[in-house]
Write a protein that binds this ligand. Structure first.
Ligand code: HEC
Ligand code: HEC
Length: 468
């Protein structure tokens, strides 16, 4: 969890204290301040930069394949995460395909872009822990920096360099808008021009209301316009209870500073020891040639170590951060399967089951050898080495990368034979609470929101089963 508390990006349309009060009232199941904040949407006029950014976001002509844009992987109907079936290519992988021929697999599960613009720029806490920033390893300090990168990623939009992106930009119908905004001269320097493309995209992601509508049932409850069911309330209690789920330690369910609704992330980084995902081609013996080879244990050649690489370079020597990934928001999590940086889990039931049974029943998640021993944390190399040389003076644990896994905080402070922090029924309760974080709830027509099957499967339907 975050040592300092959260610093939020500026420019957020403020909510004031009404929200904190509404939270208290809502927790008691009643009342609230119906005069409070926006239910999202509304008549917002995008700036010229954001209007340009909107066009670029959806323009496949800026990719080497001619078939991929930001919107191909960040699909509006899937909370701006990937939805392979919507793109017409149901590849069945936890990672998107891209590249010049649209057949190169990526390495990470595509995150939702909803509420992403509210992420603070990357910084180190006073105790040296990473916080904020963009991508799962925080390697882009700002949203505008991030937005320049997919264009030249070889397994995404796959332009060779900035010059190739700008050559394509010059053929686009919105070139005049680009020049009117940033000037002719900018085109002469492709790197500066690409940076402006990034600014336009960041303006779109920051201004367009559908990226942060705050229109979930949870938000309606905060405003006093709806009530949680008994099961959802139980789920929220388990989520917040420091001796049960303890989820809110890293995914806060209350506002950090009273001026924004809860974000369900403190933007800190943690190492959960997520199991290796064999469905990612880079994790297999048939890894594609562009897979970074940073493994050092003689078994695997590639490990995704998050903050310490291989996609992030300048923090490669932060040994204690090897295996850490950014805490994601849980808003809209019900519609953004699969889960975690490597998409290892297909459902929330599995993801939460992993949280509470990782240490009590490790054989469920990790490879078991013939002698019955389980290799826990199999997506981390057992020892330091390879390109990640530990600098003198940098503190790493004797256990190497494995010692970086969080084994101290509830719910993962258990051992084999202990009772898991949440029972199967309690996991269902937490799932129904997470489902209330799905945007698109209309308090006037609650039944109009169609929740995903995994939400319906977790919900108790009888009144008897759904009493506090
Ligand atoms: C081929 C699929 C693909 C395409 C195309 C793509 N993205 Fe992404 N996007 C991803 C993946 C995967 C990640 C996570 C990568 C990582 O953490 O290293 C990501 C991460 C992001 C993030 C960071 C989110 C966060 O929580 O930190 C933003 C913002 C983003 N993309 C915006 C864009 C924009 C803007 C474009 C177009 C210029 C774009 N993406 C194109 C797949 C894609
Ligand atoms: C100590 C901090 C911490 C605690 C406590 C914690 N989480 Fe997380 N959570 C994380 C981090 C870090 C990630 C991302 C890890 C990764 O991708 O490797 C994450 C990811 C997730 C995801 C996947 C989201 C996505 O979009 O892929 C879900 C779901 C989730 N957490 C739910 C929970 C629930 C439910 C609880 C309580 C039972 C909980 N978390 C407790 C830190 C925490």
């Amino acid at each position: 969890m975050n040592a300092l508390g959260i610093r939020l990006a500026s420019g957020f349309r403020g909510w004031g204290l009404a929200l904190a009060l509404a939270t208290l009232l809502a927790a008691c199941g009643g009342g609230g301040d119906a005069s409070a904040p926006p239910s999202g949407g509304g008549a917002t006029t995008l700036s010229a930069a954001a209007t340009l950014g909107q066009k670029i976001f959806a323009d496949t002509a800026l990719s080497a394949s001619g078939r991929q844009s930001c919107a191909s992987c960040h699909v509006a109907s899937a909370a701006f995460a990937e939805d392979a079936s919507a793109s017409g290519v149901d590849h069945g992988l936890p990672v998107a395909l891209g590249g010049p021929g649209m057949d190169l697999a990526g390495f990470r599960n595509t995150p939702s872009l909803m509420y992403t613009a509210l992420t603070p720029a990357f910084f180190f806490d006073s105790d040296g822990s990473p916080n904020g920033g963009f991508f799962r390893d925080g390697r882009a300090a700002t949203l505008a920096d991030q937005a320049t990168m997919p264009f030249t990623s070889s397994f995404e939009m796959a332009n060779a360099d900035a010059a190739e992106v700008i050559a394509r930009l010059k053929t686009r119908p919105y070139l005049a808008e680009f020049v009117a905004l940033y000037g002719d001269a900018v085109l002469a320097d492709p790197r500066t021009a690409l940076a402006r493309v990034g600014s336009a995209l960041a303006a779109f992601e920051s201004e367009e209301p559908s990226f942060d509508p705050f229109s979930s049932k949870f938000d309606a409850v905060q405003r006093g316009q709806a009530q949680l069911t008994a099961q959802e309330l139980r789920g929220m209690g388990l989520f917040n209870n420091a001796t049960k789920g303890n989820c809110s330690a890293c995914h806060p369910s209350t506002s950090a500073d009273g001026s924004t609704p809860p974000m369900f992330t403190d933007y800190s980084y943690d190492n959960l020891g997520i199991p290796r995902n064999p469905l990612i081609p880079g994790n297999t013996s048939a890894a594609p040639a562009y897979t970074p080879a940073n493994g050092s244990d003689g078994v695997q050649t590639y490990y995704d170590l998050g903050v310490c690489g291989p996609f992030r370079e300048e923090t490669a020597n932060l040994a204690a951060s090897c295996g850490q990934f950014k805490v994601p928001t849980l808003r809209n999590v019900a519609v953004t399967a699969p889960y975690f940086h490597n998409g290892r889990f297909a459902t929330l039931k599995e993801a939460i089951g992993f949280y509470v049974r990782r240490d009590t029943d490790p054989q469920e998640w990790y490879p078991t050898a013939a002698d019955g021993s389980v290799t826990k944390f199999d997506d981390l190399p057992a020892s330091y080495g390879g390109q990640f040389v530990v600098k003198a003076g940098v503190v790493g644990s004797d256990a190497g990368y494995l010692g970086n896994v969080n084994t101290a905080e509830i719910p993962y402070n258990r051992s084999i034979g202990d009772t898991p922090a949440l029972s199967p029924d309690e996991i269902d309760d937490v799932i129904t609470f997470l489902c209330t974080l799905t945007d698109g709830y209309d308090p006037a027509r609650p039944s109009a929101q169609v929740l995903p099957a995994q939400c319906l499967a977790a919900a108790r339907t009888t009144a008897a089963a759904n009493t506090p």
